[in-house]
Design a protein around this ligand. Structure first.
Ligand code: EPU
Length: 421
């Protein structure tokens, strides 16, 4: 397994180009299953999860090619297999996103249950219940979701909890259902909006994406289109936190400035000077140590759970005490134990972490446990004294494009130690 070695002590300074959003690219890749003619997706990040999605679709019969600019050309005009096997789903939970499209267009789907994961139990009951309410017959047996429906029927779906991929799955299914579907308590995440815009370009009739009520009028069929994936707001936030923690100055380019309000407010509270351009955000920490900031995660537009670990790292080196409350996933504090190995002063109480910042963190061997936790370990290692070795970085490769190259462009000293296997 590859590892990252990080020499602490250099501030991040310079410009960085933000990649396409993983959590928008994955549902959009799944949506190609709905199109009867070929389509092209651009600004796709080069990530392990994207490769896994392509493998998944390819084994269903979708013809996929990637050109030198990482544009994905997908032709789902003939699909011969409607299964998502355990081997792929277990490596990427977002595989569940093929369930809605397969069922809506082909009337059948067999998708492995994703199972638990490092950050929480993450059930998919709301995806299943919604599709059942649309008329699908679904059996969950021997670890698989087996779904059938002659034609899905539009209905009102009241989601008990805000679920991002649940909203996406049901919205995709509804595009080809008979009549109108209303999703109440829908997720308002920008990635849901990006998917809706792609589906609309494919011929779907969707209104209200970005609000908690999405209305979909079913159509007979969808066709391919050219679609550019939105920039990654979490990658943007991660680099800005890196600059804030190291007292540096970073301009995140090719990003969206309107999607990170909750994060930028916290960075300003931490003492950063933030400047916004048309498609860039600059953070200047002017060599200062950040001030501790309390964090409370919640669905968009509130503070994203996907930035919680990075702000735990920031608070671990900040001036003061911060209270971090995680309300989305029950086990998303695995990075805390690793940070404690570097000397961080963090106390966990249920879904709350009390972080007292300190200035003398020391490098230690640490282990990445999930995607955002690994990013937070890279960030904290930038500030610790000495050389930190982060193990199991396959997690980070699932969601950050060439993280060490990008960090090094900004002055970090990170090397990848490749495993011999
Ligand atoms: N939930 C249920 N039942 C369901 C679905 C969700 O109880 O059927 C619960 C979950 O257990 C969780 C909460 O609802 O407690 C919210 O989960 P959600 O369904 O919104 O999460 P997700 O769709 O599985 C996406 C992102 C995650 C991100 C969350 C929250 C993708 C591919 N994944 O997951 O991204 O943390 O939304 O914003 O879009 C990451 O990128 O590191 C990542 C984990």
């Amino acid at each position: 397994m590859d590892k990252l070695r990080i020499e602490g002590g250099t501030p991040l300074n310079g410009d960085i180009w933000i990649s396409g959003a993983k959590n928008a690219a994955l549902p959009i890749i799944a949506s190609t299953l709905l199109a009867e003619t070929p389509m092209t997706i651009s600004n796709v990040p080069h990530l392990q999860d994207v490769t896994t999605s392509m493998e998944l679709l390819a084994q269903m019969g979708v013809k996929l090619t990637v050109d030198d600019k990482m544009n994905i050309h997908a032709d789902a005009s003939s699909v011969s297999c409607f299964n998502a096997p355990y081997e792929l789903v277990k490596t990427m939970r977002a595989s569940i996103l093929v369930l809605g499209p397969l069922l809506a267009r082909f009337g059948e789907a067999t998708v492995s249950l994703p199972g638990g994961c490092a950050i929480g139990s993450r059930p998919v009951n709301l995806h299943i219940n919604g599709l059942r309410k649309m008329g699908a017959e679904i059996n969950v047996e021997s670890g698989f979701i087996q779904a059938k429906a002659k034609k899905l029927k539009g209905t009102v779906l009241n989601l008990d909890l805000v679920t991002v991929t649940g909203t996406e799955n049901l919205m995709m299914a509804a595009t080809l259902a008979e009549g109108q579907t209303v999703i109440e308590n829908a997720a308002r995440e920008p990635e849901v909006v990006d998917l809706a815009e792609c589906l609309i370009k494919m011929g779907a009739k969707i209104s209200g994406a970005g609000t908690s009520q999405i209305i979909i009028e079913g159509v007979e069929n969808l066709s391919g289109c050219d679609y550019k994936v939105m920039p990654d707001r979490i990658e943007t936030g991660t680099f800005l936190v890196g600059a804030a923690m190291t007292g540096g100055k970073v301009k995140a380019k090719n990003t969206r400035t309107d999607l990170l309000d909750a994060v930028l407010i916290k960075l300003k509270e931490a003492g950063a000077k933030i400047t916004l351009g048309e498609d860039w955000i600059e953070l200047d920490m002017q060599g200062k140590r950040p001030i501790a900031v309390d964090i409370h995660t919640a669905p968009y537009p509130a503070f994203p759970t996907d930035m919680q670990a990075q702000f735990t790292a920031l608070n671990a080196v900040a001036d003061g005490v911060a209270i971090i409350t995680e309300t989305i996933f029950e086990n998303r504090f695995m990075h805390v134990n690793e940070m404690q190995r570097m000397g961080a002063n963090i106390k966990l109480e249920g879904n709350t972490a009390i972080v007292k910042g300190c200035q003398n963190l020391k490098a230690a061997p640490v282990m990445a446990t999930d995607l955002r936790a690994s990013a937070s370990l890279v960030l904290i290692a930038l500030v610790a004294e000495g050389s930190t070795l982060v193990d199991r970085i396959y997690h980070i490769d699932r969601g950050y494009e060439r993280i060490e190259e990008k960090m090094n462009q900004l002055g970090a000293k990170i090397t990848r130690e490749r495993s011999r296997r």
